[in-house]
Design a protein around this ligand. Sequence first.
Ligand SMILES: N[C@@H](CCC[C@H](N)C(=O)O)C(=O)O
Length: 370
Amino acid sequence: MSVATIVPAPLTSSNIRSRSIISPSSFSPINPFKCSTFALQFNTAKLTTPLIRNPNFRFGVSAMSVAAQENLSTTAFLDRRESGVLHFVKYHGLGNDFIMVNNLDSTDPKVTPEQAAKLCDRNFGIGADGVIFAMPGHNGTDYTMRIFNSDGSEPEMCGNGVRCFAKFIADLNSSEGRQSFTVHTGAGLIVPEIQDDGQVKVDMGEPVLKASDVPTKIPPNVNESVVKAKMEVDGTNWNVTCVSMGNPHCVTFGTQANDNLVVDELNLAEVGPKFEHHAVFPARTNTEFVQVFSRSHLKMRVWERGAGATLACGTGACAVVVAAILEGRSERKCRVDLPGGPLEIEWREENNHVYMTGPAQVVFYGSVEL
Ligand SMILES: N[C@@H](CCC[C@H](N)C(=O)O)C(=O)O
């Protein structure tokens, strides 16, 4: 079985150089990262052959050239110890993509925030919305998850990321089928469960609504929370509801002049940063712009703190359903359409927890010199 070593140009003129390996052994029956996972990724392109043998398997590595060959299984590959070399696996949840790092032997991330920003660069790096570290558990949990955004900042939680995290752990353990893990995060205990159909259902815990804890400086208007409150952005009065899923979210269904957004008409790149850096959000914010199709079907676009426009945001979709319920716009169980695909979200009355169900898929694995 041959393996292609992909050698990209240096990341920058700084001290980071990269070398990535794409391994066709990932299509071997003994490898947990099976060809079918990749085929799923390309269902729309109707590819039926293993991608490494397919000339179209150039996405994401287009700046790289084949330079060498070697035999290696993915798990063995991740177990390698080479100083200055980072082994990673790239995953995505509805196009929200992450460089996953096996950091189980240390509580210190193997990558600095500055290196993470360079690795996430879509032109000069691997390309991702963030770097996620699988670390030893804390206070009795099975694992700890930490994440750096693509700008190097560290958020408390990542919904799509924790689904990828669950799949990554299962792949590392070479375990298949239904299984769940307890994961310590900056947002507290999170419990992802891989279902029989491969989807990952996550107990995302309770939303935080108290304005000062979100945090936002917008004056609370419902108990201690900010619900459908006025927020001025560059002369436009928006209606916003603020929710923390461990990380801060500002959810809007429209302006005071037009309370029913058509999200495709929005200039996200222009308005998103104005919300993210608005003075009323001392920790910056993620912002979700939402359109209501029905009481159980919503559509959102997101501008993420530290990552910009992404194809999906799991914590964002949870915040959207919480906000929609608080504003009387939806039922407790909704389908939320994101640019990368749909998530099922439920805010359960009996325990106040939010549940998110959606996919997580491996893309490729490789290594990079730090
Ligand atoms: N995309 C993530 C959220 C990642 C963190 C976010 N950018 C923040 O800074 O809070 C998700 O799926 O939840």
